[in-house]
Design a protein around this ligand. Structure first.
Ligand SMILES: [Zn+2]
Length: 401
């Protein structure tokens, strides 16, 4: 793979051994659509390691053996690429970038990132906004990135909106981040200007510890995407931008509760379709409604019925991603036996007691928050959430076993 930045426009050329259908770190197959993209709202004079890591978040799935950058990178970043992926990276010759002092949050506006924002109230936001690609037709006009960007502006936080068409480098399964970390491509290029030493993501307990974003179903202390000692964690650290997961120890029930109690509650939005509010009919709206109804201890409020395809996904026998939250909802929603989730009751014997671990924080998640930001997160999570007991910790560590 050969990558070239012209200003903040990235072009990449595959080497003979590279393939147009690759695999992301979560093992999901991704097919290449086009070999260029651009990033707006960011400076063009960042440290070469920041350009290198930003490019890697986009081209990693298609790169087999080596990557050639258009400017020298540090030996540290080259080593992280070699150790993490077995990739020969060069040329090498830059001084490493020193970590800055500040933490920024990669802010989507969903409940998880609003919860992360509540934990770090002075952290600035970097919001990724999808824009059309000049050479790829947009068959997904229902995706309302403009609505999410406006909501981010209304939070009153220090905000930088990054615009990018990088999701259109993906032909299949659909436009999206080639790697989950590509959401950070703009934040990486901003790291010098913003003096960043850490970047916070809204990945919660399920994504960090219970299966690496839904494609596995087991306890994942060595999650290659989000563990500090995983391939991505070490690569970001080598560029002086540590991955920080403020809500990595808590479930989506907790992030929902924190978001709905937050001063940003009026700006929370997880649905990418609705304009005046969530659409209420997509799979994500249904899943979040299940969690919200459980947190608010009220009956399910949805126009969907059990025969709809988006509902069927949650009614099949386990295992499946997000299963822990389905169990949590079944145990807490009044009248769930008369709702569209009735059939799911056949597969679980969930009780409030058997799911109470999902109301507390998994302590090792606090330990892996980098030192400059750990005390702030620990104080919040201890006082506002509470730590798991040893028995609850065992529920995490035997997940899927
Ligand atoms: Zn929706």
């Amino acid at each position: 793979m050969r990558v070239t930045w012209s200003g903040t426009e990235l072009t990449f050329r595959l080497d003979p051994e590279d393939e147009i259908t690759g695999r992301a770190a979560d093992d999901h197959p991704v097919k290449l659509a086009t070999n260029s993209c651009s990033i707006g709202g960011v400076p063009d004079d960042a440290h070469p390691d920041l350009f290198a890591v930003a490019a890697w978040t986009i081209v990693a799935p298609w790169t087999r053996r080596r990557i050639t950058f258009d400017r020298a990178v540090s030996a540290e970043v080259a080593a992280a690429l070699h150790d993490g992926w077995g990739i020969e990276a060069g040329p090498v010759g830059a001084e490493p970038r020193r970590a800055g002092d500040r933490l920024a949050l990669s802010y989507s506006g969903g409940a998880d990132s609003v919860a992360a924002a509540a934990i770090h109230p002075s952290a600035p936001f970097v919001h990724f906004r999808r824009v059309p690609h000049p050479r790829v037709p947009n068959r997904w006009p229902h995706y309302r990135s403009d609505v999410l960007a406006k909501l981010a502006e209304r939070t009153g936080r220090e905000l930088t909106t990054v615009t990018s068409d990088l999701e259109f480098t993906l032909a299949e399964p659909r436009p999206g981040y080639p790697e989950h970390h590509a959401v950070a491509a703009g934040a990486l290029l901003l790291a010098d200007r913003m003096n960043l030493g850490g970047l916070g993501f809204g990945y919660e307990l399920g994504s960090r510890w219970l299966g690496g974003d839904r494609y596995l179903l087991r306890f994942t202390p060595d999650n290659p995407m989000w563990a500090p000692h995983g391939a991505w964690g070490r690569l970001f650290a080598a560029a002086g931008v540590h991955i920080v997961l403020p809500v990595g120890g808590v479930s989506e029930a907790v992030t929902m509760r924190l978001a709905l109690n937050s001063e940003l509650k009026d700006q929370v939005r997880w649905c990418l379709r609705g304009t005046d509010g969530p659409c209420r009919t997509c799979g994500k709206c249904l899943y979040k409604e299940l969690i919200q109804a459980a947190v608010e201890r009220r009956p399910l409020d949805t126009p969907l019925t059990a025969d709809r395809p988006v509902a069927r996904k949650w009614l099949r026998p386990p295992p499946f991603g997000g299963q822990e939250m389905v169990e949590y909802g079944l145990a807490r929603i009044p009248g769930v036996e008369r709702s569209l989730f009735a059939k799911a009751l056949d597969h679980f014997e969930a009780t409030e007691e058997s799911t109470s671990w999902l109301d507390h924080c998994y302590p090792p998640a606090i330990e892996e928050i980098p030192e400059p930001w750990r005390a702030e997160a620990a104080a919040f999570l201890t006082s506002q959430v509470g730590l798991m007991t040893e028995a609850e910790v065992r529920r995490v560590e035997t997940w899927g076993a």
